[in-house]
Write a protein of this length. Structure first.
Lengths: 336, 305, 362
């Protein structure tokens, strides 16, 4: 595989207008609020006119809009994402403290989802109309038809009785491993802290399953249909004619081709995963970015909401870039 | 060939296959072969009927509180009664009536948003694909920017700013929904623009408007219908999510997502509060998905999995 | 010459929702060692399925329902999948119509060639095992095997006429031209020195000039490697260029066999005559090609009698109800027609249509 540097840079340049658009939209989010944002943030009463004026100036809200936008964008580059009114801390700090939890949840959700979807999709394609195929198809259909938060609640109902899987938080109280990366599972492995690992694993399982559900269903469907298409291709028969066994052909020749459309679908659904993350974190009380945003909304902490939405959007853009990159790695016919 | 050689009337088969009711009959013949699709249609019709006739189906005002009859169990459990077939919630509101009424918001929003979004998407897609150039670039950049946000994140933030309300919900759901039909139509238009039938229309001097709406649109219509149907399912799920988080419908309009959220705090003791509205969502969305797949298979066999 | 492949009353049926489709309906074929046999027929007559049946790769929902495929003394239909895998690629190789779809688009061409070589060559075959013992031996042997397979692959690519093979090994199929892809595919098939090479519509997807090159290559293979070839085509020209004998298939059955000269010069079966008459000829404007009327019958719903009857100019009442047997019509010559003697007599009177044809390269 050779990656053409100019093409790569071109692809990066293409995202610039998108990033500008994103900052514009996030910026105008604050200014869409009917009425005065500061007054709404502060709630009624208890604050004096002078105080409101002081906060306005602190946030730079008295300046003309283009200048405010300019300050907002330059702030982002300096790592200044605004000031959280509720936490009375820079929004960036609040967010980055929560980021590992969300990252861990999403990675585990993705691993679980791929671990289920890949083999199931493969088997149901290779053994079309078999029992596995039928169960998989029905499961996938239910998976895309079910609201994620409802599945989360069902899981809580099912497991809250015997407390095999705790239904709130990231880890049992006082068990948090020594902080290295902020990812509890990884940290506990690095410090050989097995009780912590076990506790973190039990906590993360239900939220991760809930979060990964729709992705599992969609990935499985895609792998199945692209596999079905691929195994009818001539090169599969030709590979068999070379004397390769059925499983060698499926795993080496077919899978690599079938993964190409699958990567596209997974990328398209990264957005669903990022959005679903807010709901799952709320349902399971997971102390990550998602629950932070939801709480910030109810606390009327708009600068924090703004900063979080920006972080989500940037993450999503990076995910898309990575997926494009992966796509070119998998498919030699396509270049950036 | 002399003109007199041409038949005086257009051949019969041409007219027949062109007639709407004939095509409809052919479509139905294809559609009903698929048992799952028929099941989906039945489910959808069932819920639409419930939505329409909900004032006659409810037993209580869905917002009527009855503090003395809180947490009544469903009728088949001990202590349940036909007064409240599915029990009552923490304020003594009748769960049955709330779920029945909840179908209205979900379906009405789902269908109207899908309709307006598809119309908007078709127009944008036609314009974008047909004219190309600057117009196309601008529309596609807008699409790129809208797609750069994880949808739910942006929708929640936007609802938080706009405040709860059915119309705000409509706007927030609409803001991205037009993108999918727009992309589908644009892709088809790009392919159609080079095709012979469009070239032929252009050769006889048809206007851009005529070519877009009379020549191209009918050819892309089946894929758009399928997309729109499947979007309804998606919109219903999104509405439920937003209402569940608490940024959706106003508090006095029961919606399935909100009913689930209301029962959330009590699920370990009173499981029915969140289970039944969730089942209603699952069934509705499942029905729409089955119907969409059936439509796709019947309208465009090429797309069959 | 010894018999290499003998197909006896082979039947391949497809069990579909719409009924049983008899893709191959009782065919008999014999292929001598070092011989090239052409199978001629329109698309959908079952010639590709015959080839896949020999490979043991009949796709679902098809199945070999009867008959024997005897290859070098063994009945392939009775072998287990594992035994069959050892024959596929090593003893019998197959090449396909469209090299663009036959080479895996996401694997390097070199990888696709060495794969077959590594699979079928025993360890000692490629390179002697290193004398070293101990932990690294496994890896070292593996590397040596890979290197040897690589060398062998380069050699094969050279033999089939691919320029600068070392560089081409590192490329993907889409970077190859049509003719080069075809050559790469042939290199893969020949890499294990198979005794039998099955070529399915090999030249169909190619330009005429490339076609000639590939046919030339095939002829060289036949001579240099002493490989027997089963050449499946609907192109009588290509078959007569390459093959010694030909069998004409129609609707899952063989209707005529004989030497290429006999088939092209004096066809007895009305279908073979029809094929010959529908070939356009260079430089003869007055000569109108005569297409065979009608279409290949639906293999799921064959008529009771001769399946060519609906399109046959000589058809009689008997043909409609009775299936004509495959009759001996001379040395190594068979015809499936009740009236072949009359047709022969008539041809001799007229001087024959096909007799005027001459083929370049004969």
């Amino acid at each position: 595989m050779t990656i053409n540097l100019t093409q790569f840079i071109n692809r990066l340049l293409q995202t610039i207008p998108v990033v500008i658009g994103v900052t514009l939209i996030v910026f105008s989010l604050m200014h869409l609020t009917p009425g005065d944002p500061v007054e709404i943030m502060m709630g009624q009463g208890s604050v004096t006119e002078g105080e409101i004026q002081r906060i306005r100036e602190e946030l730079g809200l008295h300046l003309p809009l283009p200048i405010q936008y300019f300050r907002f964008v330059t702030g982002i580059f300096k790592g200044d994402l605004g000031y959280s009114i509720y936490y009375r801390q820079p929004a960036g700090e609040v967010i980055f403290a929560r980021l590992p939890a969300t990252f861990e949840l999403m990675v585990v959700a993705m691993i679980i989802s791929l671990a289920i979807a890949l083999p199931l999709g493969l088997i149901s394609a290779v053994r079309q109309y078999s029992l596995v195929d039928k169960i998989g198809t029905i499961g996938a259909l239910l998976g895309v038809s079910m609201p994620g938060f409802w599945l989360g609640l069902l899981l809580i109902m099912a497991f809250s009785v015997n407390w095999i899987f705790p239904v709130a938080g990231r880890i049992d109280f006082g068990m948090a491993p020594q902080r290295i990366t902020g990812l509890y599972l990884l940290d506990s492995i690095l410090t050989f802290n097995w009780p912590s690992f076990w506790s973190a694993l039990r906590h993360i399982l239900l939220p991760a399953i809930t979060l990964g559900m729709s992705m599992t269903a969609l990935t499985m469907k895609t792998i199945r249909s692209s596999m079905l298409e691929v195994i009818r291709e001539d090169y599969i028969t030709f590979a068999r004619a070379k004397g390769l066994s059925r499983s060698q052909v499926v795993l080496k020749h077919a899978l690599k081709n079938a993964l190409i459309p699958t990567v596209t679908v997974i990328t398209l659904n990264m957005g669903v995963l990022l959005g679903g993350n807010m709901i799952v974190e709320t349902v399971f009380g997971w102390p990550g970015l998602g629950s932070l945003v939801v709480n910030a909304i109810f606390n009327r902490d708009y600068p924090l909401v703004q900063a979080s939405v920006l972080i989500y959007a940037i993450t999503f853009i990076i995910c898309n870039l990575l997926a494009d990159f992966l796509y070119t790695v998998l498919n030699p016919r396509v270049k950036f | 060939m002399r003109t007199s050689d041409l038949p005086a009337v257009r051949p019969k088969y041409f007219e027949d296959s062109d007639r709407f009711h004939v095509r409809l009959r052919e479509f139905w013949h294809e559609y009903k072969k698929n048992r799952m699709a028929v099941a989906g249609l039945v489910i959808v019709i069932f819920f639409v009927l419930i939505g329409i006739f909900s004032p006659w189906l409810i037993l209580h005002d869905p917002n009527e509180q009855d503090i003395f009859n809180r947490f009544q169990p469903p009728v088949w459990m001990e202590g349940g009664s036909w007064e409240h077939p599915l029990g009552t919630d923490e304020l003594g509101r009748d769960l049955w009536s709330r779920i029945i009424y909840g179908s209205r918001v979900s379906l009405a929003l789902g269908i109207t948003v899908a309709f307006f979004a598809t119309t908007l998407g078709i127009i944008m897609g036609l314009v974008s694909g047909y004219y190309g150039g600057t117009v196309d670039s601008i529309i596609q950049r807008i699409v790129d920017i809208l797609l750069a946000f994880p949808y739910l994140v942006f929708a929640i933030a936007l609802m938080a700013v706009l405040g709860r309300g059915v119309f705000n919900l409509f706007l927030v759901l609409l803001y991205k929904e037009w993108v999918t039909p727009c992309r589908v139509v644009r892709g088809e238009v790009l392919a159609a623009r080079e095709s012979e039938y469009v070239e032929a229309a252009r050769a006889v001097g048809a206007s851009d408007f005529h070519i877009m709406f009379k020549e191209i649109l009918p050819n892309v219509f089946s894929s758009v219908i399928v997309v729109a149907t499947l979007r309804v399912a998606w919109i219903i799920l999104m509405e439920a999510s937003l209402s569940f988080i608490g940024v959706g419908v106003p508090l006095d309009i029961p919606s399935w997502g909100m009913i689930i959220a209301d029962g959330r705090g009590y699920i370990t003791q009173y499981w029915w509060l969140s289970t039944f509205p969730g089942l209603a969502i699952l069934l509705t969305v499942l029905g729409i998905n089955l119907m969409g797949q059936g439509l796709r298979d019947a309208l465009d066999p090429r797309l069959k999995e | 010459m010894a018999e290499l492949l003998k197909i006896k009353d082979l039947q391949v049926h497809f069990f579909t929702d719409y009924g049983v489709v008899k893709a191959v309906d009782g065919i008999d074929l014999t292929l001598q060692e070092g011989e090239a046999l052409g199978i001629l027929g329109e698309s959908g007559c079952g010639k590709s399925m015959t080839a896949l049946a020999v490979m043991g790769l009949v796709p679902f929902p098809g199945r070999i329902t009867g008959g024997e495929i005897i290859f070098a003394g063994r009945d392939l239909c009775r072998l287990t999948e594992k035994e069959m895998r050892r024959i596929r690629g090593k003893e019998i190789a197959m090449i396909f119509q469209d090299p663009l779809t036959t080479l895996n688009p996401v694997l390097k061409v070199g990888e696709q060639i060495t794969e077959a070589i590594r699979l079928h060559h025993e360890e000692g075959d490629l390179s002697p095992a290193s004398g070293r013992r101990g932990f690294f031996r496994f890896w070292e042997d593996r590397r040596r095997r890979e290197m040897a397979a690589w060398k062998k692959a380069v050699e094969m690519m050279e033999k089939v006429g691919i320029p600068s093979p070392e560089l081409r090994m590192e490329e993907y199929p889409h970077q190859f031209s049509g003719g080069m892809r075809q050559r790469a595919m042939i290199a893969i098939a020949l890499s294990c020195n198979p005794r039998l090479l099955i070529a399915d519509e090999l030249t169909t997807a190619l330009d005429v000039t490339i076609q000639a090159q590939i046919l030339d290559l095939m002829r060289r293979i036949k001579e240099d490697f002493r490989t027997s070839i089963l050449f499946i085509s609907h192109d009588l020209g290509a078959i007569s260029e390459l093959c010694d004998r030909a069998a004409v298939m129609y609707a899952g059955k063989i209707v005529e066999t004989g030497s290429v000269q006999e088939i092209t010069g004096a066809p007895f079966h009305p279908y073979t005559q029809g094929i010959l008459a529908s070939i356009p000829r260079l430089g003869e404007k007055e000569y109108r090609i005569k297409p065979i009327p009608g279409n290949v019958p639906d293999l799921g719903d064959l008529p009771a009698g001769c399946s060519f009857f609906p399109r046959c100019p000589y058809g009689q009442a008997k043909c409609k109800t009775e299936l004509p047997p495959l009759e001996e019509a001379g040395e190594g010559r068979q015809v499936r027609c009740f009236y072949w003697r009359q047709i022969r007599a008539q041809r001799e009177e007229e001087g024959g249509i096909g007799g005027e044809l001459s083929f370049a390269g004969d």
